[in-house]
Design a protein around this ligand. Sequence first.
Ligand SMILES: *Cc1c(COP(=O)(O)O)cnc(C)c1O
Length: 477
Amino acid sequence: MLYLSTRGHPDRKRFCEILLEGLAPDGGLYLPEAYPQVDAATLTRWRSVLAEQGYAALAFEVLSLYIDDIPADDLKALCAKTYTAEVFGTKEIVPLTKLEEGLQLEALSNGPTLAFKDMAMQLLGNLFEYELARRGEQLNILGATSGDTGSAAEYAMRGKQGVRVFMLSPHGRMSPFQQAQMFSLMDENIHNIAVEGVFDDCQDIVKAVSNDLDFKRQYKIGTVNSINWARLLAQVVYYFAGYFYATTSNDQKVSFCVPSGNFGNVCAGHVARQMGLPIDRLIVATNENDVLDEFFRTGTYRVRGSADTYETSSPSMDISKASNFERFVFDLLGRDAARTKRLFDDELRLHGRFDLGADPLFAQAATKYGFASGKSTHTNRLATIRATFEQQGVMIDTHTADGVKVARELRRPGEQIVVLETALPIKFAETIREALGRDPVRPARFDGIESLPKRVQVMAADVEAVKRYIRERCPQV
Ligand SMILES: *Cc1c(COP(=O)(O)O)cnc(C)c1O
């Protein structure tokens, strides 16, 4: 299996080469040269692998199609070590809950930080440790987070040999619970930096530092942003698991509705569908930051400025551009790398937008690739949290509520929709109180977390200051 860049760089790389990297050298994103195809016999076999041997064994089956530079026994052991009931709360790892006729929730947020990002990040932590030890190398992970990525990364990497984490987050914009989760970590190898700006300022700093190739090489800078291919790949597994849990035979179809921000989660669904998983529709649910909904409705992809990026009650979806979206556009354009490069490099840089609405290929987003989209606002979110609690007795978080709202709105008669539950309500207590007039359920292990001592450095949105901070904390390399 070889990986290419969406912008046409001639190099081809293997999995472990791109594991520790972010963007491709030309600024593109990595994708496999072709998606491995899963035929009917394999689907049938995987259904029983999941039923008889569990999620970790299914993960090994999926991952081994994409990873051929880790010995099979080692990869199997890494999967087994990652996807345990101890870490993810249940034997099923991603159990389904029925909400109503045609609508189920897939639980992806019972890992250490109570958000779906643990699903990929816990694996990444183990893959990084494995690969760094094999190479005898060290890595400094520089990341940007609007909340869930950061804590998931830190909980995956804490105490790991050879890894330091420098995590940038928008100062004061995360929920108190999220801040407490991240900033209360006292591990030597974890560094929290609160940037005075929005999430995209943080992401821009990460990009700027990573584009300084000398600095990047000297300080062994790596990333765990959602553009990391290994993260996306780990997420592909739970589309298969969710499908098997939701169906009894492989001639049934299931749609997934995905609360979306950077398009990482739903892009994994796209990959699963391209592999041959019988997914009917991939429904993208956005909040007020509706960059993606606008694209799937009109064909216009229009990046928002900082000033037009709203601070919402589903903050992990507060994005001005969707950093994984280029992967899908590359496929939509028939894998035309030159055109992808023109759109994302030239047009976006010059005009902040591109428009595929008039291109016949755009219609294929729905017809060939199964995409649909919808949007949810604060008012919708509150109403959905309330209705779901009162009618189904299920308390959902604000992001999941955006998914449930859009799924209810777009569901066709007879359609089976699995909504991905991306976080637990306790992470967004303020909005839960606003919706339900009561506190969310708090797992006992998080009692009193907000009053723990915090370890965080507040900093201006300044690339040089961040570099200086990293230099001061790394032994000369
Ligand atoms: C990250 C996140 C999302 C958005 O996922 P993307 O992969 O960026 O589309 C949605 N909900 C929650 C709770 C998240 O943490």
